[in-house]
Ligand binder design. Structure first.
Ligand SMILES: [Zn+2]
Ligand SMILES: [Zn+2]
Ligand SMILES: [Zn+2]
Ligand SMILES: [Zn+2]
Ligand SMILES: [Zn+2]
Ligand SMILES: [Zn+2]
Ligand SMILES: [Zn+2]
Length: 1751
C-alpha cells in the first residue's frame, strides 16, 4: 500500500515537541495586538500543518490532543480571559437553557409525533421528551429517523397542545424575552465576537477553497514540502464495486483496504487514497480517471497539497469547536449567530450566505458539519432563526438550482433545512408576505421544467435521462410548498391576501402547463408500437394532489380570497379553452321535443387528455362557494354570468367518456399505459383531485342547464345519441344487429352512461354539493368499504384518501359505523359494519370498482337473506343538495331520461339476445328507485316541493310518440311477471310497492286525512301471504342447493386433505385395536403395566400386526421384517435448541467422536416427520422423478427451489413438508419371557466376561500369526457365548437398504460430512438422534404443560416409534465389531474396564444418551448369546445402572441449600431423605474437598426427585416406543401420581436410591471409581461450566413490551467492524440476544468458502444453521436455515388494531403480543423453523429468489 511505503519518512508530530508552548501566553499576546486577524492566521499558518496531515493518519488521538493544546487552547484562553475551564463553567452557570430540546436525531432513532396535537407530521419528539410529555397518552405515531432533523420539544408553534415535556417546561419566573447578552461584560462580548468572526471566517474560507495547491492570504505555510494527497470524492453515479475495483488497480491496495476507502468516501464524501510527492499522486489520479471514465463521467479525484488538506481538516475541527462552545451558553450562541449573519458594509454576503451558496461544491463531510452548526446555533435562537429564514428565502432560487444540478441526496443538501423553517407557521406566513416565498417556490419549480409542447404544456414524452433525473430532484420543491401551506392562516392581513393570490396565480400558471398534457388518440387498426410515457405526468399530479387540496382550503378560509381565486381560476380555464376549439363545428341535437346546440366532437376519434387540473380546481372552488353561501349573499361579486355550463362540463365529460370507452374495450390497441392512467384516475391516491372533481364539475354544469340539454350532450359524447334519439328507439333489436361487437360495446357504454347519471344525481357527499360535513363523507366511505367485507384497520386506511398530514379522519367515525373484533394468535383485528348502517348501502357508490360492486352486492344480499329479509337493495335516502346544486334532481324527471328508461324497459320485454343487458336494466331500475326515494323525501318535506317533483305522475304517463307506447309503470307491471327477469323481480316489486305507497300518501295529504299507510286490502294480504309462502319454499330449495354445491366443491378442493383424514383414521383405528387388545389380554403380566425388564408387557401376535397404506400407490401393506419396506418421510437437522452452552467451539467434523454426548447438549441431531408413509420403492421412484425434473429445470434457468435436491431434500408428496430422508418402519420384535434371569451382579459379571472374550478375540485378529500365549488363557467365553456366530439378518433386502439410507442421512446431516455408510460413527449418530429427539419432545411436553402420553400428534408418535425401532435395528447394517466396540466403550464409562482408556468422567456424560446408546447397541452383543439370558433383563440392568449414575451426577452437581425449608421434616418421605443423605455423605467421603456440606435430607431428596424426572420421563417414552408397552392412565394426565406411575412403568422402586442400597457391594466400588475420575474434581472446582439438573428449557430472549424500546436500543448499536458507524439493518438474534449488523458489506464474513452476511454467519454458531431474528428497523421476524433458505414471519408486535406493521410504515404504537411470541418460540422448540420456511417459500415463490445468505 502506498501509505505504508512513505510512512517511515514522515516526521511524526509529538506533544513533547511543543512542551514550551503556552496557550495562556499566546492568548495574552493576542490581547495586545492591533490586528488580531492577522495574528491568529499567522498562528494557524504555523501550527496547523504541523499537526494535521503529515501522511496517513495512524493516530487521530494525537492530532486531537495537539489541536486542543496548540489551537483551541489559546482561543479559549483569549475568549474567557482566564483559565478556560473556569470561564466556561461561569458561562454555563448564567446560561438560560433553551426551551427547545433540539436533540439531533441519529439514523434509526425512534421519533414520535402526536396525531392529535402536532401542527404537522414533521413535528417530532425524541424518546426522552416523548416519555415526559402529555402525548404518550394521545394518538401518537412512531417512526425511525433517517438522520438529521431535531426534536421539536419546546417549540410552541409545533404543538397545538403540550409543547413542553417535563424537562423542558419553562420556569414561570424567568422571562424568555430577556436578552442573553445582558449577563456578559462588554469586553467579553468583544473578545467573543473577535474570536468567532476570525474562526468562522477561517472555516468558511477553507471549506469553500477550491485551489489545490495554494492557500488563502495569510495562511501560506512557512516551509512547504513536496507532499501531496490524492483525494477521491464521492458521487452517486459509481457503485461500491466499481470504486473498490478501481482503487485496487490505482493505488495497489488490498480488497479490504479498498472496501475501507470506499466506505469512508461514501460516508464522508472524500478520502485521501494516496500520500506522497506530486508525481506519485498524479499517477494514481490518472489511473482512477482512466478506469472510471468509460461509460460515465469519471470519479472526481484531486491532487491536493498537504497543507491545504491540513487546513481543511482543522476548519472542520473549528466548526465542531464552535458548536461545542456555544452549547454551554445561550449568550455565546447569540454572538455566533450575529457574527454569522453579519453582512459586509457594502451588502457583501454574510459568512452564512457564503456557506449556503457554496453548499453543492462541498464534500459530504463538510456539509454535515456546518449543517449541524446551523442547527445548533441559528435554528435554536428564535430571533436569528427568523433572520436566517429570510436569508434562506432570498437565496432560495439559487440554492434549489444548485441542488438540482448536484447529485447528492437531499439529506446532504442545505435545502433540506427548509423543513425547519417553513413548517413554523409564523415564519411561513412572514416569508410569504415579506419574501413572496410561495411565488418564488412555484416559479422556481416551473422554471426547471422547461420541456414543453407547442401549447406550452409539459412534455415528458422524450425525456432524456438527465431531464428525468432533474425532474426527480425538482420534486422536492413541491415538498417545500407543502410545508409552507401546511398550516392554514386563522387571520388574513391584506398583504397576506395579496401575496397568497399572487402565489395562487403562479400556481395556476403551473396547472395551465398541465391542463391537457399527455393527450391520447384512440388507436384503430394496429396496436401502438411503443407504450407512451405516462408516469411522469401522474407523478406530478400525485405530488400536487395535496397542494391543490390545501390551496382550496386556504381559499375557503377567507371569503375575499375565495372569490378572487375563483375569478382567477375561471379566467385561466377560459384561457385554456381558447386553444382547443379547432375543428369543433357546432351541431344541433333534437330529442323528445327538446333541442340543444353543441359541437361535433368524438372522444373515439380526437385527442383527449386525462389531465385537467384547472377545471378540477375550479370545480373544487365552486363547491366551496356553494358551501359558504357567498354565492347567494353577494351574487354580484361572482362572475356567474361568464360561466358557460356546456364549456365547463366539456372536458371532464370527455374524460369520463374515455373511461367508459376503455371499459367497453374500444381502446384496447392503446396498450397498458392508458389502462394504468385510468386506474390511477380512480385510485384513492388521485381521485380526490381527479375523478371526484370531474363529477363535481358535471354536477355544477348540469345544475345550471336544462336537464334535457345536459342529457343530450352526455348522450352525444358517449356516442349513443343515435340510439336513443331515433323515433323507434324502443325497437332496438333487429334495427342495429349489424355487428355483434358494436352492439356489445354500445351496451357497455349505455351501462356506463346510466351509471354516470346515477352519480350526477345521487352523489351528494361532498360538502357544498350536498348538505353534509366532511364527517359524513368519511362515514359513508367506511360504510361502503365494510359492505364489501369486514376489514382490518390498515386495509381501511388504504382505501381512504389521506390528507397532507397522512390522516384519513377515520378514528372520528369508525366506532359509529363499525364493531371491532380482536385477532387470535394469527390474523388481525377486523372491523365489521354495524347492522344498522347497512341501510346506507348504495350499490352504485361512486368509488366502487366493478369488482367491488359485485362483491358488495353479493355480501349485502347474503346478509339480508340470513336475516330473513327481502334481499332487494333499493337506493338509500340521500342527503339534500345545497341550493346551488338543487336543480339536479330534475334530471330524474326530465323527458330525455324518461325516454331512455322507457326504451330500456321496452327492450327488456323480450329475453336478451344481446340487445340489452342485466346491468343496464339494473341501473334503470335503480334510477327509478332514486326518483321514488326523492319524491318520498319531498313529500315528507315542504308541500311546495312535493308538487314540483312528481315522479310517480311522470312515470304513469304513456309515452308520446309514435302511437300508444305504454307508460313506464305499465311496462314495469308487465315485466314483473316476465319469467326471464327472475333476478330483478324483487326490485320491480319494491318499485311498484313504493309507487303505491306514494300514491296513497298523496291521496291522503290531498284529502287531508292522516291515513293508515299500511292499510292493505283483504285481497292484498292474501296475495302477500301466498307470495311469502312461495318465496319461503324457493328459499329453502335454494339453501339446499347451495349446501350440496358447497359440499361438492369442498370435496373437490380438499381431496388430498380428505385422504389425509382417512389416513389418520386408519392410524387411530390401529391405536384403538392396540388398546382394546390390551384390555383383553391382562394375562401377560401382573396388573401394573411395565415397559422394560423381564416382567414387561408383551405384544401378542395380533398386536404386532400392523397394516398401513402407501400414500403414493394407495395399496395396503403389512409391516413385516421380511416384507416390502415401508418408509416415513423424515427431516433430519442439527439442533441447538436445548443447548446450554452456545459458546462451545465448533468441532472438526472429520475427527469428532460423538459417542458420549456432553450434558450441555450443545449440538444435537433432531429427526422429525410429517408421518406420511410410502413404499420404499414408491418413494425412490418419486425422488428420482424430482431429481430429473430439477436437473431439466436447472439446465433451462437457474432458479432455486425451496428444497435442495442435491442434498437429498424433497417435499412430502402428500403434505409438501420439507424432508431429507426416510425412516423405515419396523415391526415389534417377538420376545419371550424366560423365568430365570441373572440379577444385576451376576449380569455384570457375565457381560464383563463376554467383553473380555471380545477383547481377546479382537487382539487375536489384530495380532494374526503372532503367537500370543496369555490371550487364550483366562478368557474362556462364558457359556453360550459364541464368538464365531454370525446371526441371521432378519430383514428383507429393501428394509436393509432403507436402514442404510436413513443411517447415512443422519450421519451426514448430524456431522456435516460427506455420506459414508461404512463410517463407524453412523450407528452412534442414529442412537444420538433418537435420544435427542426424545429429550426435545419431553421438554416440549413440559413446556406446553401437556401429559407425557396421549397428547402427541400422530405424526410425532409415528416418528418416535419408528425412530426407536430403527435405532434398535441399525446395528444390523453396520459391522458387528464396530458396534461391539461402541458398547464396550460406553459401558466402560460406568463399569471399569482395564482395556479401555480415556473414558470420560460421569459429569461429562448425558445419561439419557448413554442409556439409549447402551440399550440400542446391546443387541449386537446379545445375538451372540445363546444361554437363554433375555434382552429384557439386560435392558433393565442397563436402566438401573445408568439411573444410579445419573443420581450420583445430580447429587454431585446439586446446588447448596439456601434457606432452611419448612418442610424440613415432612415425615412422609423420611426414608428417602435419610437414604439420600447417606449416599451424599458417601460421595463426600470420596471427594472430601470438592463437595460442600448439606445437612437437609429434604433438600437433597428434592434435588434428586426434580433432577431425575426429565430423565425418567424420557426413558419412559423410549421404552414405550421400543417395546410397545401400553401406558398406565396416570401418565395420560399432568400432575399428581406421575412419579409413582413412572417408577412403576419403568420397573424402578419408588425410591430409586434403593437400587443402590440393594446392590451395595456391586455399586460401592463403581461409585468410588466414578468419583475418583480426575475430571470430577476438576469440574466441581470450576463451577461456572457445571451443568445442573434438571436442565431448564431454553426460551427465546425476553422482549420489551413497547417496541420503541427496541428501536432505541438498536439506534445506539454500532457496527462492530467499521468503528462506530451506525448499522443500517440492526438485527436481533431472538435465541441468544446478540445484536448484529445485517445486510451490509462491513460485516460479511467467509463461511465454508462463501461470503455470508452477519445473520447467516451467526446462525451457524448460535443455531447450528437455523436462526430466528428480529429485524428491528423493519419490525419483521426473519427465519434462516442454511445459507440459501429463509422467510419473513409476522413479528410478535401488534398495534391497537391487532395488526403488525412490517416495515414500520404506519407508525402506530406497537406492543408485544405474548401469545404470538410464544407461538414463534414453540415453532423453534419443536424444530419447525425449517419446515415453516419451506411452506412459506412454496406459497410465495418470490421468497426463493431472495439472497438470504447476505442478510
Ligand atoms: Zn427532545
Ligand atoms: Zn423535551
Ligand atoms: Zn398530543
Ligand atoms: Zn406404494
Ligand atoms: Zn407429509
Ligand atoms: Zn457492520
Ligand atoms: Zn444468537
Amino acid at each position: 500500500m502506498a501509505a505504508a511505503e512513505t510512512d517511515s519518512e514522515v516526521p511524526c508530530a509529538r506533544c513533547s515537541d511543543f512542551l514550551n508552548f503556552s496557550a495562556k501566553d499566546t492568548a495574552a499576546k493576542w490581547l495586545e495586538v492591533d490586528n488580531l486577524h492577522k495574528e491568529v492566521y499567522q498562528h494557524l499558518a504555523c501550527f496547523v500543518p504541523k499537526i494535521y496531515c503529515l501522511g496517513p493518519n495512524l493516530n487521530p488521538q494525537n492530532e486531537d490532543l495537539l489541536a486542543q493544546l496548540l489551537l483551541q487552547g489559546p482561543l479559549e484562553w483569549y475568549l474567557c480571559g482566564e483559565e478556560p475551564t473556569v470561564g466556561l463553567a461561569k458561562l454555563e452557570q448564567s446560561n438560560q437553557p433553551s426551551q427547545l430540546c433540539g436533540h439531533v436525531f441519529k439514523v434509526g432513532e425512534p421519533t414520535y409525533s402526536c396525531r392529535d396535537c402536532a401542527a404537522d407530521p414533521t413535528c417530532v419528539l425524541c424518546m426522552q421528551c416523548f416519555l415526559g410529555s402529555v402525548h404518550k397518552e394521545h394518538r401518537y405515531r412512531m417512526t425511525t429517523s433517517g438522520g438529521g432533523g431535531f426534536c421539536d420539544c419546546g417549540d410552541t408553534e409545533a404543538w397545538k397542545k403540550g409543547p413542553y415535556c417535563q424537562k423542558h417546561e419553562p420556569n414561570i419566573g424567568d422571562s424568555s424575552q430577556k436578552d442573553p447578552l445582558a449577563n456578559l461584560s462588554e469586553q467579553m462580548i468583544d473578545r467573543t465576537r473577535n474570536v468567532f468572526s476570525i474562526i468562522l471566517k477561517y472555516a468558511v474560507d477553507m471549506l469553500t477553497w477550491e485551489k489545490e495547491n495554494e492557500l488563502p492570504e495569510g495562511l501560506e505555510p512557512p516551509a512547504r514540502g513536496d507532499t501531496y494527497y490524492c483525494m477521491l470524492f464521492n458521487d452517486e453515479v459509481h457503485t461500491y464495486e466499481q470504486v473498490i475495483y478501481t482503487l485496487q488497480k490505482a493505488v495497489n491496495c488490498t480488497q479490504k483496504e479498498a472496501v475501507s476507502f470506499a466506505t469512508t468516501v461514501d460516508r464522508d464524501g472524500r478520502k485521501s487514497v494516496r500520500f506522497g510527492d506530486f508525481q506519485f499522486c498524479e499517477q494514481a489520479k490518472s489511473v482512477i480517471v482512466r478506469n472510471t471514465s468509460r461509460q460515465t463521467k469519471p470519479l472526481r479525484v484531486q491532487v491536493m497539497h498537504s497543507s491545504v488538506v491540513a487546513h481543511q481538516c482543522f476548519a472542520l475541527k473549528a466548526l465542531n469547536w464552535l458548536g461545542q462552545i456555544i452549547r454551554s451558553s445561550d449568550a455565546l450562541r447569540r454572538i455566533l449567530c450575529l457574527v454569522g449573519l453579519h453582512q459586509g458594509p457594502n451588502g457583501e454576503n454574510s459568512l452564512v450566505d457564503t456557506l449556503m451558496l457554496c453548499d453543492s461544491k462541498m464534500w459530504k463531510g463538510a456539509r454535515n458539519v456546518y449543517h449541524q452548526l446551523f442547527m445548533s446555533s441559528l435554528l435554536m435562537d428564535p430571533k436569528y432563526k427568523k433572520l436566517f429564514a429570510i436569508q434562506f428565502a432570498k437565496n432560495y432560487e439559487r440554492l434549489q438550482s444548485d441542488y438540482v444540478k448536484d447529485d447528492h441526496d437531499r439529506e446532504f443538501s442545505v435545502t433540506d433545512l427548509s423543513v425547519q423553517m417553513f413548517t413554523v407557521p409564523s415564519l411561513a406566513r412572514m416569508l410569504i408576505t415579506e419574501e413572496n416565498l410561495m411565488t418564488t417556490i412555484i416559479q422556481t419549480f416551473v422554471d426547471h421544467l422547461r420541456h414543453r409542447d407547442l401549447q406550452g404544456r409539459f412534455q415528458f414524452e422524450r425525456y432524456t435521462a438527465q431531464q428525468a433525473f432533474k425532474f426527480r430532484r425538482v420534486q422536492s420543491l413541491i415538498g417545500d410548498l407543502k410545508y409552507v401551506l401546511i398550516s392554514r392562516p386563522t387571520e388574513w392581513s391584506n398583504e397576506l391576501r395579496d401575496k397568497f393570490l399572487e402565489g395562487f396565480e403562479a400556481f395556476l400558471e403551473l396547472l395551465k402547463c398541465m391542463q391537457g398534457m399527455d393527450p391520447v388518440v384512440r388507436q384503430v387498426g394496429q396496436h401502438i408500437e411503443m407504450e407512451p410515457e405516462w408516469e411522469a405526468a401522474f407523478t406530478l399530479q400525485m405530488k400536487l394532489t395535496h397542494i391543490i387540496s390545501m390551496m382550496q382550503e386556504w381559499c375557503a378560509s377567507d371569503e375575499r380570497v375565495l372569490i378572487e381565486a375563483y375569478k382567477k381560476c375561471l379566467s385561466a380555464l377560459t384561457h385554456c379553452h381558447s386553444g382547443f376549439t379547432d375543428g369543433e363545428q357546432p351541431i344541433t341535437l333534437t330529442m323528445c321535443g327538446h333541442s340543444v346546440d353543441t359541437i361535433r366532437y368524438c372522444v373515439s376519434q380526437e385527442k383527449v387528455s386525462i389531465h385537467l387540473p384547472v377545471s378540477r380546481l375550479l370545480a373544487g372552488l365552486h363547491a366551496l362557494l356553494s358551501k359558504t353561501e357567498v354565492a347567494y349573499r353577494f351574487p354580484e361579486l361572482l362572475p356567474l354570468s361568464e360561466l358557460s355550463p356546456p364549456m365547463l362540463i366539456e372536458h371532464p365529460l370527455r374524460c369520463l367518456v374515455l373511461c367508459a370507452q376503455v371499459h367497453a374495450g374500444m381502446w384496447r390497441r392503446n396498450g397498458f399505459s392508458l389502462v394504468n392512467q385510468i386506474y390511477y384516475y380512480h385510485n384513492v391516491k388521485c381521485r380526490v383531485e381527479m375523478f371526484d372533481k370531474d363529477l363535481v364539475m358535471l354536477q355544477a354544469g348540469a345544475s345550471m342547464m336544462d336537464p334535457n340539454h345536459f342529457l343530450m350532450i352526455v348522450l352525444s359524447r358517449f356516442e349513443l345519441f343515435h340510439i336513443f334519439s331515433s323515433a323507434d328507439c324502443r325497437k332496438r333489436y333487429g334495427r342495429e344487429n349489424i355487428n355483434k361487437d358494436v352492439v356489445q360495446q354500445n351496451n357497455t357504454l349505455i351501462e356506463e352512461m346510466l351509471h354516470l347519471v346515477i352519480m350526477v344525481v345521487g352523489e351528494r357527499y361532498i360538502a357544498g354539493v350536498g348538505q353534509v360535513e366532511s364527517y359524513d363523507e368519511i362515514k359513508r366511505e367506511i360504510i361502503h368499504q365494510l359492505c364489501i367485507r369486514p376489514m382490518a384497520h390498515s386495509e381501511l386506511v388504504k382505501a381512504l384518501p389521506e390528507n397532507e398530514n397522512k390522516e384519513t379522519g377515520m378514528e372520528r367515525v369508525i366506532d359509529h359505523v363499525a364493531l371491532f373484533k380482536k385477532p387470535g394468535v394469527t390474523g388481525r383485528g377486523l372491523y365489521k359494519l354495524r347492522p344498522e348502517c347497512a341501510k346506507m348501502f348504495n350499490l352504485y357508490f361512486n368509488h366502487y370498482s366493478r369488482a367491488d360492486q359485485s362483491k358488495a352486492e353479493e355480501a349485502q344480499r347474503k346478509i339480508k337473506r340470513q336475516n330473513g329479509e327481502d334481499s332487494v337493495l333499493p337506493p338509500p335516502v340521500p342527503p339534500h343538495f345545497c341550493p346551488l346544486f338543487g336543480s339536479l334532481v330534475n334530471i330524474l324527471q326530465c323527458d330525455v331520461l324518461l325516454g331512455i328508461l322507457g326504451a330500456v324497459l321496452q327492450w327488456a320485454m323480450e329475453p336478451s339476445g344481446g340487445h340489452w343487458s342485466e346491468s343496464m336494466l339494473q341501473r334503470v331500475l335503480h334510477l327509478l328507485g332514486m326518483g321514488l326515494v326523492e319524491e318520498q323525501q319531498h313529500l315528507t318535506g315542504s308541500t311546495e316541493d312535493g308538487i314540483s317533483f312528481n315522479f310517480t305522475l311522470k312515470i304513469s304517463r304513456p309515452g308520446e310518440a309514435p302511437g300508444n307506447t305504454p307508460s313506464i309503470l305499465a311496462l314495469l307491471e308487465t315485466l314483473q311477471n316476465a319469467p326471464h327477469l327472475e333476478v330483478h323481480k324483487d326490485m320491480i316489486r319494491w318499485i311498484l310497492k313504493t309507487v303505491a305507497n306514494i300514491k296513497t300518501t298523496r291521496e291522503c295529504t290531498a284529502s287531508a286525512s292522516p291515513a293508515d299507510s299500511s292499510g292493505h286490502s283483504q285481497e292484498e294480504t292474501v296475495r302477500d301471504k301466498d307470495k311469502a309462502e312461495r318465496k319461503r319454499k324457493a328459499e329453502m330449495a335454494r339453501l339446499r342447493r347451495e349446501k350440496i354445491m358447497a359440499q361438492m366443491s369442498e370435496m373437490q378442493r380438499h381431496f388430498i386433505n380428505e385422504n389425509k383424514d382417512l389416513f389418520q383414521q386408519s392410524l387411530e383405528e390401529l391405536d384403538a385395536t392396540t388398546s382394546t387388545s390390551l384390555e383383553h389380554s391382562p394375562s401377560t403380566c401382573d396388573s401394573t403395566l411395565v415397559c422394560v425388564g423381564p416382567r414387561r408387557w408383551r405384544a401378542g401376535a395380533s398386536d404386532r400386526r400392523q397394516v398401513v397404506t402407501c400414500i403414493l400407490c394407495q395399496e395396503e401393506q403389512e409391516i413385516r421384517a421380511d416384507g416390502k419396506a415401508m418408509v416415513l418421510a423424515a427431516f433430519v437437522q442439527r439442533s441447538t435448541v436445548m443447548s446450554k452452552n452456545r459458546k462451545r467451539p465448533p468441532y472438526n467434523p472429520d475427527k469428532y467422536d460423538p459417542l458420549f454426548m456432553h450434558p450441555d447438549l450443545s449440538f444435537g441431531t433432531h429427526t422429525g416427520s410429517c408421518g406420511h408413509i410410502m413404499h420404499s420403492h414408491c418413494w425412490q421412484r418419486y425422488f428420482e422423478a424430482v431429481q430429473a425434473k430439477e436437473q431439466r429445470r436447472q439446465q433451462r434457468l437457474r432458479v432455486h427451489t425451496s428444497y435442495d435436491v442435491e442434498n437429498g431434500e424433497f417435499l412430502c408428496p402428500l403434505c409438501e413438508c420439507l424432508s431429507n430422508t426416510v425412516i423405515p418402519l419396523l415391526p415389534l420384535t417377538k420376545t419371550t419371557c424366560s423365568t430365570e434371569q441373572p440379577d444385576q451382579r451376576q449380569w455384570i459379571n457375565i457381560i464383563s466376561q463376554q467383553i473380555k472374550a471380545l477383547h481377546a478375540a479382537r487382539k487375536k485378529t489384530n495380532a494374526e500369526g503372532v503367537d500370543d500365549a496369555d490371550s487364550a488363557e483366562d478368557c474362556h467365553p462364558p457359556d453360550g457365548f459364541r464368538l464365531d456366530h454370525t446371526p441371521k439378518n432378519p430383514y428383507s433386502g429393501t428394509i436393509k437398504e432403507m436402514l442404510t439410507t436413513f443411517g447415512t442421512a443422519t450421519y451426514k446431516v448430524g456431522l456435516k460430512v460427506h455420506p459414508n455408510e461404512q463410517d463407524a460413527r453412523v450407528p452412534i449418530m442414529c442412537w444420538g438422534s433418537c435420544a435427542y429427539t426424545i429429550q426435545s419432545i419431553e421438554r416440549l411436553l413440559v413446556d406446553e404443560e401437556k401429559p407425557l402420553f396421549g397428547s402427541l400428534p400422530c405424526r410425532q408418535n409415528d416418528c418416535l416409534s419408528s425412530l426407536t425401532r430403527f435405532g434398535s435395528a441399525c446395528w444390523t447394517a453396520s459391522s458387528q465389531a464396530v458396534v461391539h466396540g461402541h458398547f464396550i466403550r460406553l459401558l466402560a464409562a460406568l463399569v471399569p474396564d482395564s482395556q479401555v482408556e480415556n473414558t470420560p468422567c460421569i459429569l461429562d456424560i448425558d445419561m439419557f444418551h448413554m442409556l439409549v446408546s447402551l440399550v440400542l447397541s446391546y443387541p449386537a452383543l446379545h445375538c451372540l448369546d445363546s444361554s437363554g439370558m433375555s434382552e429384557d433383563a439386560a435392558q433393565l440392568h442397563l436402566l438401573h445402572l445408568v439411573t444410579i449414575a445419573h443420581i450420583v451426577q445430580i447429587l454431585l452437581t446439586s446446588i447448596p441449600e439456601e434457606v432452611r425449608m419448612e418442610q424440613e421434616s415432612g415425615g412422609a418421605e423420611r426414608e428417602e431423605e435419610e437414604s439420600v443423605c447417606l449416599l451424599y455423605n458417601t460421595l463426600r467421603s470420596h471427594l472430601s474437598s470438592g463437595l460442600h456440606e448439606v445437612t437437609s435430607g429434604w433438600h437433597l431428596w428434592h434435588c434428586v426427585k426434580t433432577g431425575i424426572l426429565p430423565y425418567l420421563r424420557a426413558a419412559a417414552l423410549f421404552f414405550h416406543y421400543l417395546n410397545g408397552a401400553p401406558v398406565p392412565p396416570e401418565l395420560h394426565a399432568v400432575g399428581v401420581g406421575e412419579w409413582e406411575a413412572l417408577c412403576g412403568y419403568l420397573c424402578l422402586p419408588s425410591n430409586p436410591l434403593q437400587l443402590y442400597y440393594n446392590n451395595l457391594e456391586l455399586l460401592e466400588p463403581l461409585l468410588q471409581g466414578w468419583c475418583s475420575h480426575p475430571g470430577v474434581l476438576q469440574a466441581l472446582q470450576s463451577s461456572t461450566a457445571l451443568i445442573r439438573f434438571p436442565r431448564e428449557s431454553n426460551h427465546l430472549i425476553e422482549l420489551p413490551e413497547d417496541y420503541s424500546a427496541l428501536i432505541n436500543q438498536a439506534s445506539s448499536f454500532t457496527c462492530p467492524k467499521s468503528g462506530g458507524d451506525k448499522s443500517r439493518a440492526p438485527t436481533l438474534c431472538l435465541v441468544c440476544g446478540a445484536m448484529l449488523c445485517s445486510q451490509s458489506y462491513c460485516c460479511q464474513t467467509e463461511l465454508e468458502g462463501d461470503d455470508v452476511g452477519a445473520c447467516t454467519a451467526h446462525t451457524f454458531s448460535c443455531g447450528a444453521g437455523v436462526g430466528i431474528f428480529l429485524r428491528v428497523r423493519e419490525s419483521q421476524v426473519l427465519f434462516l436455515a442454511g445459507k440459501t433458505k429463509g422467510c419473513f414471519y409476522a413479528p410478535p408486535y401488534l398495534d391497537d388494531y391487532g395488526e403488525t406493521d412490517q416495515g414500520l410504515r404506519r407508525g402506530n404504537p406497537l406492543h408485544l403480543c405474548q401469545e404470538r411470541y410464544r407461538k414463534i418460540q414453540k415453532l423453534w422448540r419443536q424444530h419447525s423453523i425449517t419446515e415453516e420456511i419451506g411452506h412459506a417459500q412454496e406459497a410465495n415463490q418470490t421468497l426463493v429468489g431472495i439472497d438470504w445468505q447476505h442478510l
